[in-house]
Design a protein around this ligand. Structure first.
Ligand code: HEC
Ligand code: CU
Length: 346
């Protein structure tokens, strides 16, 4: 692989100080090293995730207690009643009604308890929508996420913005194969099925950046089909949404203008839309209207920096083999101009 160290992908968490490393792809001693942090479903940060995690822990505790009890009794019996020399045949038993009722009723009772826990959890994690219009559309594509806000018309990719503490109804669809949307810290996961609309609630208790991923194998780059949810105070969210509706920043001139012209002359615009410039309305490729503001590029593969964008444009097939953006064989001057232009789209 030709590219050099990419550095680490860091997350600036709005609320808590230290950024944490999310993962990286870099070349060290001629070897490609990749690392992604493990997303944990055990640090629930939404009411939905908390309900699911509580159910899991409750069942785990109950089952661990039963396991300890059964294993304990078994070990006791093995030792206490082991065969001893000259002992002869043990006394024979033929049924014990009281015992049999007990060990039938006890598991039954336990399952009833677990059943009610589960019903309670389902109501908390996946409450009825009562015909509410979706706040957000998420459409899965091999291997990136299209994000639309039907109320306002805002469109972005690989990044969801949420008002903190507010429950958002997400409508899920797929452009090709079955995907699955999962933010482990935020709770439920749900399939995105072509031709069938599914719904899911998304909510975050605290402001911050939450990592999500596709959780259903969907082809070669499934592992790099990641996204983020950025939860921010409602006023900030509203401002973000208003800003998304603005057409793309006009190139001021120089290198930026050259990049802007190239974007329309090359075939970029037949796949990528930039509002105010043109492009398809269908989600063929990520909308780039405000690309410069996004944290990552290529669905979480790289931090969005000029250096990484140049690597992407030089050969997207080397960076993310098999993805649906062709290698355009761009000369270095065009890579540079496009990089400057795209990073200016704020
Ligand atoms: C055949 C359609 C197609 C063409 C032509 C195309 N792209 Fe792409 N592009 C894609 C797809 C699909 C992705 C998403 C790849 C992924 O993450 O799996 C993408 C991703 C990107 C991204 C990263 C976006 C993000 O938010 O992650 C940028 C930037 C980009 N393309 C720029 C360009 C430029 C500049 C050109 C023209 C030189 C171009 N593309 C031509 C299909 C295309
Ligand atoms: Cu997928």
């Amino acid at each position: 692989m030709k590219y050099a160290a990419l550095g680490e992908l860091r997350e600036g968490n709005h609320s808590q100080g230290e950024p944490r490393t999310l993962g990286y792809r870099r070349v060290r001693d001629g070897r490609v090293e990749e690392r992604m942090i493990v997303l944990s479903a055990f640090s629930p940060l939404s009411p939905q995730a908390l309900a699911i995690s509580n159910l899991f822990v409750a069942i785990l505790v109950i089952m661990a207690a039963i396991f300890a009890l059964v294993t304990g009794i078994l070990l006791y019996v093995i030792v206490r009643y082991r065969a001893r020399p000259g002992q002869g045949e043990p006394r024979q038993n033929f049924g014990d009604t009281k015992l049999e009722i007990t060990w039938t009723a006890a598991p039954l009772l336990l399952l009833v308890v677990v059943f009610f826990f589960t019903i309670h959890t389902m109501a908390a994690a996946d409450p009825a929508t009562h015909g509410r219009a979706p706040d957000l559309d998420v459409i899965g594509h091999q291997w990136w996420w299209e994000v639309r806000y039907p109320g306002s018309g805002a469109i972005t990719a690989n990044e969801i913005h949420l008002p903190v503490g507010r429950r958002m109804l997400v409508r899920l669809d797929s452009g090709d194969v079955i995907h699955n949307l999962w933010f482990p810290e935020l709770g439920p996961k749900m399939d995105l099925v072509p031709g069938q609309t599914n719904y899911m609630w998304l909510e975050a208790d605290k402001p911050g950046t939450y990592l999500g991923a596709c959780a259903e194998f969907c082809g070669t780059e499934h592992a790099w089909m990641r996204l983020r949810a950025i939860a921010e105070p409602p006023a900030q969210f509203a401002a973000w949404q208003r800003h998304q509706l603005q057409p793309a920043a006009r190139p001021a001139g120089g290198e930026t203008a050259r990049g802007g012209a190239l974007f329309s002359q090359l075939t970029c615009i037949s796949c990528h839309a930039i509002s105010g410039v043109g492009g398809p309305t269908e989600g063929i490729a990520p909308n780039l209207t405000h690309f410069g503001e996004r944290q990552t590029l290529a669905a979480g593969l790289f931090a969005n920096t000029p250096a990484n964008l140049a690597i992407w444009l030089r050969d997207p097939q080397e960076a993310k083999p098999g993805n649906h953006m062709p290698n355009m064989q761009l000369p270095e001057i065009q890579v540079h101009a496009l990089t400057v232009y795209l990073e200016s789209l704020k």
